[in-house]
Design a protein around this ligand. Structure first.
Ligand code: ZN
Length: 404
C-alpha cells in the first residue's frame, strides 16, 4: 500500500506501511513509525532511545463493509534531553482512544443522518462508542452555545414525566436552535441563562413566553428593553382550561340526569376549534344541541371561538379595539370565570398587543418539545443526562427524521 493511499483512505500520514493481513473478516494494516520520526512526547527532542514497544490497534474507516484496523508497535522512548520516559504520541488518533481520528470523523458524518443505534449496527461498534464519539463532538460544538446573535427568543418549560420532571428551554426564533436547556422550571431555571446572555452582549428585541408571573418578571428584570409577547397558543389553552372548569361547574349544578348527560358528552367537543369538528360523527349537531340547553356554556364557547380572531386583526389599532370589545363582552356575560379571564387579559394587554409589532410565539418550541420526547423515548434521556442536553442543542441540525 502506498503512503498516499494510507493517508487518503485511512488518514495515516508520516508512518511507514509494513503489511496487510486479513483475520476473521477484518483487515489489519500494520504500520510503523520511522526511526527518524521518533520524538520525546514531553519536550519534542529527537534524541531519544527506544526502551520497549507495545502492540496497539486502532479502528479505522471500513473498506466497504469490512472493518479496518491500523496496527503498530508503539515505542516507549527515553529522552536524552529531558529524561522523560514515555510512549511516543500518535498523530492519527487521540490519546487513550482506540480508533483513529478519521474514523471519528466518519462516525460523526454518519450521525448527521443516522441515529447512534443505526451507526453502531452499520459499523459493528458498540452503541456506547457511537454515543461517546457523538458526545465529544457535541461537547466541542455546543458546550457553550453562542448567544451574541440572538434577537428574538421563545422561553417555555416542558414536562418530561416523573423522572426528569421539568426542563426549561430557550429557543432562537431566527435559527430554530435551542440555545439554553436547564432542568427545573420558573425563574430559577433561567438564572444561568441571563448571566450568559448578559456576558454575550446580545441585543434581544422580543421574547415570547406564556403569561406566567415568573417568566414575565424575569424578562422585565433582565431584558427591560425587549418586547414581551405573550404566546397565543398558551392563551388559548388557558381559555380552554377555563371552559373545562365552567363545564364542570355547570355539571355539578345541572339538575336531573338528562342535563348532566348532555354536558358529559361534549367535554372534548368544547375544546376543539370549530373547523376541526368532525361532521361524520355529527359533532356540530351534538355541540349545538348541548349549547342551546346551556346558555352560560354557549356564551363561553362562542367567546372562546371568537378570541382567536384577536391575532387576525388588520393592525395594532384594530386589535386594540377587538381586545377591549372582547373583554367587555366577557364582563357582560356575568360568568365569573370569564370575567376573571378578561381581567387577566387586560392585565397583560401590552404583551398581547406586542404581537402586532413582533408576531412571534412559542409555537416553534412545540415542535422541539415533540422531538425531545422522541429523544427521551429512544432512551437517550435517562442514560446520560449530559448527552441528552447536548442532543437537544443539536436538534436543529439533525437531518434524519426522528420517529417514535
Ligand atoms: Zn524530552
Amino acid at each position: 500500500m502506498s503512503q498516499s493511499l494510507l493517508y487518503h483512505a485511512f488518514g495515516v500520514r508520516g508512518y511507514r506501511y509494513v503489511s496487510t493481513r486479513f483475520e476473521r473478516g477484518e483487515m489489519i494494516v500494520h504500520v510503523e513509525l520511522p526511526r527518524e520520526s521518533l520524538r520525546c512526547a514531553a519536550c519534542g527532542s529527537a534524541k531519544v532511545h527506544v526502551n520497549e514497544k507495545f502492540l496497539r490497534q486502532w479502528r479505522s474507516v471500513p473498506v466497504g463493509s469490512k472493518p479496518v484496523f491500523i496496527e503498530m508497535n508503539v515505542p516507549k522512548v527515553e529522552c536524552q534531553s529531558c529524561g522523560t520516559r514515555r510512549r511516543v504520541e500518535i498523530a492519527f488518533a487521540d490519546q487513550r482512544r482506540r480508533h483513529t481520528r478519521s474514523f471519528e470523523r466518519y462516525v460523526i458524518e454518519l450521525l448527521t443522518f443516522m441515529t447512534p443505534i443505526d451507526v453502531s449496527r452499520h459499523l459493528g461498534i458498540s452503541w456506547d462508542l457511537a454515543n461517546d464519539i457523538q458526545k465529544r463532538r457535541l461537547q466541542r460544538r455546543f458546550a457553550k452555545p453562542k448567544l451574541k446573535q440572538l434577537r428574538r427568543i421563545a422561553i417555555d418549560e416542558i414536562h418530561l414525566g416523573k423522572r426528569h420532571r421539568f426542563i426549561t428551554l430557550v429557543l432562537d426564533l431566527d435559527t430554530g436552535a435551542v440555545v439554553f436547556v436547564c432542568q427545573g422550571k420558573g425563574a430559577d431555571a433561567l438564572k444561568p441563562f441571563w448571566k450568559r446572555l448578559k456576558a454575550s452582549g446580545a441585543k434581544i428585541q422580543a421574547v415570547a413566553t406564556d403569561m406566567s408571573p415568573a417568566f414575565r418578571s424575569a424578562v422585565l428584570d433582565h431584558l427591560p428593553k425587549a418586547a414581551l409577547v405573550f404566546d397565543r397558543f398558551h392563551i388559548m389553552k388557558l381559555l380552554n382550561e377555563k371552559l373545562t372548569e365552567l363545564r364542570r361547574q355547570l355539571y355539578r349544578e345541572a339538575e336531573g340526569p338528562l342535563g348532566k348527560d348532555v354536558l358529559k358528552g361534549i367535554r372534548w367537543l368544547l375544546l376543539k376549534n370549530r373547523e376541526n369538528l368532525d361532521p361524520s360523527k355529527d359533532e356540530h349537531r351534538r355541540l349545538e344541541e348541548a349549547l342551546q340547553l346551556n346558555r352560560p356554556l354557549a356564551i363561553a364557547y362562542y367567546l372562546k371561538d371568537d378570541l382567536r380572531r384577536f391575532w387576525e386583526q388588520e393592525d395594532f389599532v384594530a386589535a386594540f379595539e377587538f381586545l377591549d370589545d372582547w373583554c367587555a363582552r366577557a364582563q357582560a356575560s356575568r360568568i365569573r370565570i370569564l370575567q376573571k379571564f378578561a381581567n387577566t387579559l387586560l392585565g397583560h394587554r401590552s404583551g398581547l398587543l406586542a404581537w402586532y409589532q413582533h408576531p412571534i410565539s412559542t409555537g416553534p418550541l412545540e415542535g422541539v418539545n415533540n422531538k425531545i420526547k422522541l429523544l427521551q423515548r429512544r432512551a437517550y434521556g435517562y442514560r446520560d443526562l449530559e448527552l441528552f442536553r447536548l442532543r437537544i442543542y443539536s436538534l436543529h441540525e439533525t437531518r434524519f427524521e426522528l420517529v417514535g
